[in-house]
Design a protein around this ligand. Sequence first.
Ligand code: TRP
Length: 492
Amino acid sequence: MEKDNKRGQWATNIGFLMAAVGSAIGLGNIWGFPYKMGANGGFIFLIIYLALVSFVGFATMLGELTLGRKYGMGVIGTYRKISKKYEWVGWLGWLSGFFILAFYSVLGGFTIRYFFGFLMELFSGGAGFGGMDSGAFFGSFIVSAPMNILFHALFMGATVLIVMGGISGGIEKFTSIAMPMLFVMMLIVVIRSVTLEGAFVGLEFMFKPDFEALKEIGLMRVLKTAAGQMFFSLSLGMGCMITYGSYLSKNENLEKNAMIIPIADTSFALLSALAVLPAVGAFIYQGVEGVSFGAGPGLLFVTLHRVFSVGMGGFMGNFFGAFFYFLVFIAAVTSAISLLEVCTAYFIDKRVEKGLEPNRKKITLIMGIIIFFLGFPVAMDGLGSGVAGGAMIDIPATVFGMSEVRVAFDCWLDFYDMISEGVFMPLGAMLMSLIIGWKLKTVLIKDEIEQTPGYKMKAYNFWDICFKFIVPAAMFFVLLGQLDDFFGLGIF
Ligand code: TRP
């Protein structure tokens, strides 16, 4: 396959789906979704989230995949082909890839560390986490720059190796094995979790419609959280799906694929919540100290570490600990490769356009090294612990002399996230949708979709309304929310 097209192509539609679903399912699902759902109104959050997937997620997915396949290029090439004056929209997406992967890989490194930790506990007993309890271990691990950089390097190395293998030979091959495995592993963890004594406490936290929380946080803010989470989780807004779509053949049904990916991702997010929250709830119920529904990095690393080591304890605890963090690692790698592919594709496209050999291996390696270094500040500031907290570096206390801006991010990770997920991505998605709806017109999407022999587009009017109005409005709203946070304007 890969021979007739120098850029590369998916060998099968199911292989493409594995890769795309693999991109979507990642830390966002396992880490972000459970606590955001719990903390933002439970069942109400879920309903809002599902509505957003339906009216914004599907259309944006369809738009990205279709533009990718139509123009057959990565994110920058695609926008340049639409019009020279939109090329910069592609650059926003491409740059986001660097920033997201830089922090994503540092966090991915954490999952490797924890996997090794439980593995060592399992076989040697007591050595995996230096004999420390979960909180103390996490605290000492995050401020250790050499350790963070070491595991960041391992994670990035794995990512680079897979992407070097190419579209069908690397990404498709790996995700075709990893994704079914991930799903089975997740089911096992869910079953273990919901059958723990007291699991209902977590289920209640998850599913109880919490109008009090909603009132306190405010509907607008909950909406913004849900929208940001959805975008990140579906890998939208930066051209990941444009890039993956560009390797699709005309035989594949875009409209169907654009529905399957979000449905699979959302189902997995729910499964993740069912794996994490009931386990946490069970040990709150059983009175294990230091276990709570608290949010952020603490949930995935401190709380769950405790759930396995103290709550379950013994062989079972270490076994499920190793099993779980391996699962999270696999989910994170299949996402990281899609981010690296966005960065890599630009140079491959350029070379192929000039009639040169793509040189995938070399370009991938160089991109990987750049992103590795870009991750250094994230790996060195102890997630905001700063020098005072024992880390190697601080994040500047003021930005261009504006100290209030610091309110929006208290570590380098937040800052990278803010640039990419906070600004570039909603802006990119808004512009893409406006370009499709008003400039190219939805008919163009229809034409491309109907390139699939014998296929007629099913929901033209729905997509048209999404592209023209709903997606741009939702994204404008998210952007406004970001600016509000960033400058502390107090709009929401
Ligand atoms: N979707 C992945 C997750 O949930 C992360 C990810 C991969 C991503 N590619 C992306 C996020 C592109 C935004 C854009 O963890």
